[in-house]
Design a protein around this ligand. Structure first.
Ligand SMILES: NC(=O)c1ccc[n+]([C@@H]2O[C@H](COP(=O)([O-])OP(=O)(O)OC[C@H]3O[C@@H](n4cnc5c(N)ncnc54)[C@H](OP(=O)(O)O)[C@@H]3O)[C@@H](O)[C@H]2O)c1
Length: 284
């Protein structure tokens, strides 16, 4: 059986969509926090098990009888919670003698990254390697699908307010990532491999603004606001401080190039060209 955590999320659902074309639904275990959110899976015959990353016992039960597991990285919140959640997942996989762990990590994961999500991924990669269980890491750059959130109401206001300086992002399609994950889950050649999963080119927010004009005819400008202003804006939406800190760390990470790496591994995994940003911009 192949288990997938975060199965009710965007990447989880997309992955299950591709996986169920290749593997019998009765061999897929969708691990979710709220089973009522995934009625469709049950209708398809996919096994649904409840578990919460904060509750080790539920994870232990959820991974019973699983041979291969895809762990989709936790959403995070604060660093301490995120690290503990990931530790719970890895320990439960180890306890259940899982034979292969596929993990969605962050692009160019290494120690001393500014983005808190990458700090968590770095620790999780270390934990997984420590289990001695064969692993495959897909170190994903930022999703193209995250662009609408990143640019806010820019298509109407004409302004992208984001403190990223000239920092670039090698945006990649989440659907392409899901398809690549399924290759890794269903082929036998990916043991102990680390894949940097990125788009074919990195774009600064100035370049993204220009692309929006070229592809959609909507004039947009990037305003490189200060971190202080960004914090104030996020706080004004009544966001919890931990989320504000996470988002600020992401912007600062982008600014110094933590998301700018470009690699052609995704094309090799898919055996075709991945979606390019121009095409995605047309449909937002
Ligand atoms: N590369 C990028 O641009 C980018 C952008 C966003 C996120 N990410 C990372 O990629 C991951 C997947 O992305 P996504 O778009 O699929 O995110 P998503 O749609 O927000 O899905 C997150 C999943 O995590 C589950 N989850 C959250 N807290 C949990 C807990 N305590 N116990 C069990 N499950 C929990 C959610 O369950 P519920 O359905 O119950 O909430 C959901 O299934 C994210 O978690 C994040 O680490 C990357």
């Amino acid at each position: 059986m192949i288990a997938i955590t975060g199965a009710s999320g965007n990447l989880g659902k997309a992955t299950i969509q591709f996986l169920s074309q290749q593997v019998s639904p009765t061999n897929i275990v969708a691990i979710v926090r709220n089973p009522e959110r995934v009625h469709d899976f049950i209708k398809q015959g996919i096994i649904v098990r409840q578990a919460d990353y904060n509750n080790y016992e539920t994870l232990l039960q959820a991974f019973k009888g699983v041979e291969k597991a895809l762990h989709i990285s936790t959403v995070g919140v604060d660093l301490k919670t995120a690290k503990q959640q990931e530790k719970n997942v890895v320990n439960a996989l180890l306890e259940n003698n899982v034979k292969h762990i596929v993990y969605t990590s962050m692009v160019q994961t290494q120690a001393n990254r500014i983005f808190e999500g990458t700090k968590t991924s770095y620790e999780t990669e270390k934990l997984i390697k420590g289990t001695k269980i064969p692993y495959s890491f897909l170190r994903n750059s930022m999703y193209m699908e995250a662009i609408p959130e990143l640019i806010g109401d820019a298509l109407h206001s004409g302004e992208i307010r984001y403190p990223s300086g000239e920092g670039k992002i090698s945006f990649v399609s989440r659907m392409d990532i899901a398809e690549a994950i399924v290759k890794v889950l269903t082929e036998s050649t990916h043991d102990n491999q680390i894949y940097e999963i990125t788009g074919n080119k990195a774009y600064s927010f100035d370049e993204l603004a220009k692309l929006i004009f070229t592809e959609k005819g909507i004039p947009v400008q990037h305003s490189d606001i200060s971190e202080e202003f960004f914090r104030k804006e996020l706080t004004s939406y009544r966001m919890p401080l931990e989320i504000v800190n996470l988002l600020v760390s992401m912007a600062n990470g982008i600014k110094i190039g933590e998301f700018s790496y470009v690699d052609n591994t995704l094309e090799k995994l898919l055996g075709r060209k991945p979606l390019v940003l121009n095409e995605f911009i047309k449909i937002i």
